[in-house]
Design a protein around this ligand. Structure first.
Ligand code: NBG
Length: 832
């Protein structure tokens, strides 16, 4: 093996040694599989290439560790139940700045890098936006040079793989670890014991203090696997720690339980089930006991690892907030607050006030939703039975918190009822997170305002200084540099490469928006990307789509508030119109959907079936001459998302105003030059501000209007139905078998969700009918704009040019400056 001198085996002073890389790939194929290149399968070659890349990564990882030891910077632990990291190989090559070189090397070996990348499973350790945001944040932290640990769970089965059978979603297990995953490292030396159940015994100590002893519990071992998170071109490699569960060894059982066979088996089962699956709910909480166990499991392990890492090099535990920040990604890891208190009280022997002071300085909380069904509450019965000591601590936090409320708002019992942490037989996790964190942030300006003025108003009145906004962002390295290489190269050719690490620089693209040659090139790249997607659709769906048609795309989780139903009802309306007026001019459109629905979410799953049923009818109707095509892309996930964003002309961001906290797909489309049709919701509001209302198609009610209707209960969809024959016709088609000839009742529940005549004020909770015409008009305006090629090219380019704000680099810098106060790390290339 050639000895590397500067920072990596193939990257000598950042110059890639192609021949040596090829040698390494061959060598890994041989060592791993006892095969030659000719004998190896694509999967085996993927593994070998990944191990060759990992060799380089490991060196930089060690360099980073050295730098961290030397500089002792403050670091953040980003605690999240979900990290939707997506495939690592391509992204690692991009961030090592040797993607092209590796592609060439592989080509010289007769291999196609796309085929090799395609062998990697998408580690889908997340549901949707919340998990993907965590992954983008990790990448930005490394790129900006901040020390960070992601803390999560090594689910053995990630987000289910979606198959569409007869138009219905079928969930298949995602066995992503089955071939072995090259980009992880098992670290058994950092194992911790996690305890569940049992009881707490109070012991009086000689010094008058009380010691709390936890007994009769079940325990599992938490074993960390480290995944490298590479910064872009800076030799920084941070760590995503995902915890796996294993049973205790028999001899490790409490002496009291030795020989207790039943207990041993129970503990084994506990470990086996604990990290089996990711709950497939987005913006919805299942409230299952196992979920609380998962939360405490990874949080307890992460808190222990963080504190012990700190203690290795620091004497005084009071200095913890100077070196460590915990960010709680939604309420899911909020039990960290009580776990840190437990550690400080029971293991470090601190008194309550000191422990509380440290805990509040360390912890900060991000809220990601106002959807009521996503706000976590645990029945006291479950919580106290599972986590007896933690529950005692939560009760004490609650007792003291209520005293503070009384102090601040004397005599206001309503406030106490609304704000208490333990109330109505439940433990309210958001209240705990706000009471204990020094910072509470929303994820887009509108969302933060709604939190302050509506959802969390009482808390805002009590702690105005804690509330702040951090508008979400995305990493341009994955969603442009990797996902859309044609456009990335074009941008770099025109304005230089600075945008890769400073997206605000992409503004300079606006210098070219009136240049016809540039317009032509820009739109031709879009066309190439549409061809690539059309080919994917042909291969996966068997549908021919016209790459010259408008690609109108809605990809995201399926949820009623996101209103895929509005989109498909509008397509049904267009189809009716086209049938009635065949002479009317109509610019061909391809409507593309991609979405997973939570396995137990009936209306969401029915909407998928409706989309596929409508597709079936329209795509096969020769009379409309392919003017409309409807495509549902199976198993929407990070890897195919990159291609979809690159190919979109129109981005559908049509949630009921006030419901989408931010959205991040909206930003990925914008970066790739798609034009948005959207409501004034989430981050759309800030996107309009950046790109101007002439370059976005805004429609529908405002969040204030929606909130007013909700409050006054004065919205009556039946009235719209009665007075509008277009809408009536479309809705009747849901129940007259037009799209379901074998079962006219199939879509009854969707019809009812819009028009339940028994109790009008509860129908159409998401204001679909109210926004219908305004949406249809915006769609018409899009068609007109698209016909004017120059106008559209300019709009598209302006969207890319004004997406600079929406980089996760910007978001992370704000978290660093205003919440975490981290120090930068500079990784020097060392001789390892
Ligand atoms: C989601 C919101 C999105 C937001 C992401 C990331 C949850 C609970 N919330 O609007 O619905 O973009 O979080 O902040 O999944």
């Amino acid at each position: 093996m050639r000895v590397n001198t500067e920072g990596g085996i193939y990257l000598k002073k950042d110059v890639f040694d192609k021949e040596h890389f090829k040698e390494e790939v061959r060598d890994h194929v041989k060592k791993l599989y006892r095969k030659t290149m000719d004998e190896a399968s694509d999967q085996e070659i993927f593994q070998a290439v990944s191990y060759a890349v990992k060799d380089v990564v490991i060196n930089q990882w060690m360099e980073t560790q050295h730098a961290m030891k030397k500089d002792d910077p403050k670091v953040v632990y980003y605690m999240s139940m979900e990290f939707l990291v997506g495939r690592a190989l391509g992204n690692n090559l991009i961030n090592l700045t040797c993607y092209k070189e590796v592609a060439e090397a592989l080509e010289e070996m007769g291999l196609d890098i796309n085929v090799i990348e395609d062998q990697e499973p998408d580690p889908a350790l997340g549901n949707g936006g919340l998990g993907r945001l965590a992954a983008c944040f990790m990448e930005s932290l490394a790129t900006l040079g901040y020390g960070a640990y992601g803390c999560g769970i090594r689910y053995h089965y990630g987000m289910f793989r979606q198959e569409i059978i007869d138009g219905f979603q079928v969930e298949r297990p995602d066995d992503w670890l089955k071939e072995g995953y090259p980009f992880e490292l098992r670290r058994p030396e950092y194992t911790f014991e996690i305890k569940f159940g049992g009881y707490v015994r109070a012991e009086n100590m000689a010094d008058g203090r009380t010691k709390f002893v936890h007994e009769g519990y079940q325990a599992v071992r938490a074993i960390p696997y480290d995944m490298p998170i590479l910064g872009y071109n800076n030799h920084m490699v941070n760590t995503l720690i995902i915890w796996d569960a294993e049973p205790m060894e028999r001899f490790e059982l409490d002496s009291f339980d030795k020989g207790d066979y039943r207990k041993a088996v129970e503990q084994e089962n506990l470990a086996r089930n604990l990290v089996d699956v990711l709950y497939p709910n987005d913006n919805h909480i299942s409230g299952k006991e196992l979920r609380l166990k998962q939360q405490y499991f990874f949080v307890s392990a992460s808190v222990q690892r963080a504190v012990e890492r700190f203690k290795k090099t620091h004497e005084d535990i009071h200095d913890l907030p100077k070196k460590v920040a915990f960010q709680l990604n939604d309420t899911h890891p909020t039990v960290a607050v009580a776990e840190l208190m437990r550690y400080l009280l029971d293991e470090e022997g601190l008194d309550w006030d000191d422990a509380w002071e440290i805990t509040t300085q360390v912890c900060a909380y991000t809220n990601h939703t106002i959807m009521a069904e996503a706000l976590e509450k645990w029945p006291i019965e479950i919580f106290s039975r599972l986590l007896p000591r933690i529950y005692q601590i939560v009760e004490e936090i609650n007792r003291r918190f209520i005293l503070r409320i009384q102090e601040k708002f004397p005599g206001d019992q309503g406030k106490i009822n609304r704000m208490a942490i333990v109330q109505d037989g439940q433990v309210k996790m958001a209240h705990l997170a706000i009471a204990a964190g020094h910072s509470v942030n929303g994820v887009a300006r509108l969302h933060t305002e709604i939190l302050k003025n509506q959802e969390l108003r009482d808390f805002y009145e009590m702690f105005p200084g804690k509330f702040n906004n951090k508008t979400n962002g995305i990493t341009q390295r994955r969603f442009l540099l990797h996902g859309n290489q044609l456009l990335a190269n074009w941008v770099t050719d025109h304005i230089g490469p600075e945008w890769i690490t400073d997206l605000s620089k992409i503004e300079k693209v606006s210098l070219f928006v009136d240049d016809e040659k540039a317009q032509h090139e820009f739109m031709n790249i879009k066309y190439q990307n549409k061809l690539r997607l059309a080919k994917y659709i042909k291969e996966h769906n068997g549908i021919d789509v016209n790459p010259r048609s408008i690609f109108d795309v809605q990809v995201k989780r399926l949820h009623e508030y996101k209103r895929q139903l509005l989109n498909i009802l509008h397509i049904m309306y267009l189809y009716n119109d086209l049938k009635e007026h065949p002479e009317r001019e109509f610019y061909p459109r391809t409507f593309i959907f991609g979405a997973k629905a939570a396995a137990g979410y009936k209306n969401a799953k029915l909407t998928i079936k409706l989309i596929n049923s409508v597709a079936e009818v329209i795509n096969n109707d020769k009379s409309i001459q392919d003017k409309i095509k409807v495509v549902f892309i199976e198993d929407y996930r990070v890897s195919n998302a990159e291609w979809i964003f690159a190919a979109a002309d129109v981005s559908e961001q049509i949630s009921t105003a006030s419901k989408e906290a931010s959205g991040t797909g909206n930003m990925k489309f914008m970066l790739n030059g798609a034009v948005t049709i959207g409501t004034m919701d989430g981050a759309n509001v800030e996107m309009v501000e950046e790109v101007g209302k002439d370059n976005m198609f805004i429609f529908g009610m405002s969040s204030d209007e929606v909130i007013a209707h909700e409050r006054n209960r004065d919205y009556n969809p039946m009235q719209i139905f009665n007075n509008d024959q277009d809408i009536r016709k479309v809705l009747m088609q849901l129940i007259n078998g037009f799209y379901s000839p074998n079962n006219s009742e199939l879509f009854r529940d969707l019809y009812n969700s819009l028009l339940n005549t028994q109790c009008t004020q509860y129908a159409d909770t998401y204001f679909i009918l109210a926004d219908f015409h305004s949406y249809a008009n915006a769609q018409k305006a899009i068609e007109e704009a698209y016909r004017d090629e120059k106008r559209w090219a300019k709009m598209s380019m302006l969207n890319t040019a004004h997406s600079g704000k929406f980089s996760s680099d910007r978001t992370i810098q704000e978290y660093v400056d205003e919440i975490w106060h981290l120090d930068k790390v500079v990784v020097e290339q060392e001789n390892l």
